[in-house]
Design a protein around this ligand. Structure first.
Ligand SMILES: C[S@@+](CC[C@H](N)C(=O)[O-])C[C@H]1O[C@@H](n2cnc3c(N)ncnc32)[C@H](O)[C@@H]1O
Length: 297
């Protein structure tokens, strides 16, 4: 299976779908969420989907109400304009990577497979994980691991990589070998997952894309339109939460002359929605999902 969608029912409810509305699924993947949306549309409704990974194109839905753009969602507004799909009634984003990406050894995302250190979601462009690991100055590696992996011995880890890369590190196993002496024995898999996550976030500029996308959401939504976002780690969730609450990434509330909050969106859920035990049991990858729902003011 390409990917099992997380919090499917909760997302569809959160979008509060108008059957003849226009919706965007910014992270199409295997299309699980998209299919849930399209089922609720009538003949007038439309769904525009985005995925920067060309592998996702093989899951395209054969339906004249559906359009799939093999593009980065950071260019959301431009493509919606191109498809004459503005304004939107709702946006869904299920951030991060798909099971297909993790489970394909040649993509280099998984700590448990031997494969090339690639980790690009869009394979036609950008810097691979190997290029990053072999070229970033040690200090820059340190900050990537600290910031995006929240790794406690990030400085030592960066030093180990800098020391080992006299012979370029090109595969997942070579990377694991290079950092073996600083990988804690008692929680090896968690540590490696954090290392790989940090590299992936950096080379795909996941934080940059998320910020660029969030800044466009209020512009492309109709008043009352819904924004539904699932994030999988605290850095993403913080950006989403702050932006929904305050319209900026620092979470600082601004007020107008009359003391009214100036924010383009309004949270519908105060706390994030998380999967039930039964969902985590049947889909363990959903365990860190946090869903936030907002409405355009
Ligand atoms: C968690 S999966 C989504 C799974 C999907 N909801 C489903 O039901 O199958 C995330 C997908 O978003 C894509 N993606 C991540 N960041 C993206 C970005 N900035 N622009 C476009 N696609 C992106 C990934 O390539 C991946 O296929």
């Amino acid at each position: 299976m390409y990917h099992q969608p997380a919090l499917l029912q909760e997302c569809i409810e959160g979008l509060s779908i108008h059957p003849s509305g226009i919706y965007a699924d910014l992270t199409f993947g295997g299309g699980g969420h998209s299919r849930g949306i399209i089922e609720k549309l009538d003949t007038e409704g439309r769904l525009i989907a985005f995925d920067q990974d060309e592998d996702a194109l093989s899951n395209a839905i054969d339906d004249e109400r559906f359009t799939l753009a093999n593009e980065n969602f950071r260019y959301l507004k431009n493509f919606l304009r191109l498809y004459k799909a503005l304004p939107l009634d709702g946006i869904l984003a299920d951030l991060g990577i798909s099971s297909h990406q993790i489970d394909t050894p040649e993509r280099g995302f998984a700590t448990r497979f031997e494969g090339p250190l690639d980790m690009r979601m869009a394979r036609k462009q950008g810097v691979t994980a190997a290029q990053m690991i072999n070229s970033y100055p040690e200090e820059k590696l340190h900050s990537v691991f600290k910031l995006y992996g929240e790794i406690s011995n990030a400085r030592l880890l960066a030093a180990k990589i800098a020391e080992a890369r006299t012979n370029p590190i090109t595969t997942t196993n070579e990377l694991k070998e290079a950092i073996k002496s600083c990988t804690p024995l008692n929680y090896e898999s968690k540590y490696l997952a954090q290392v790989f996550q940090a590299i992936r976030i950096e080379i795909n500029d996941e934080m940059g894309a998320l910020q660029a996308m969030l800044k466009q959401c209020a512009d492309v939504l109709k008043p009352g339109g819904r924004l539904v976002i699932i994030s999988y780690h605290s850095l993403e969730d913080r950006l989403v939460k702050n932006y929904i609450k305050t319209g900026n990434f620092d979470g600082v509330q601004e007020k107008d002359f009359f003391g009214n909050l100036i924010a383009p969106l309004m949270p519908i859920t105060r706390k994030p929605i998380t999967p039930a035990e039964s969902e985590i049991k049947s889909n363990p990858r959903s365990r860190s999902a946090k869903l936030r729902i907002a409405q355009k003011n």
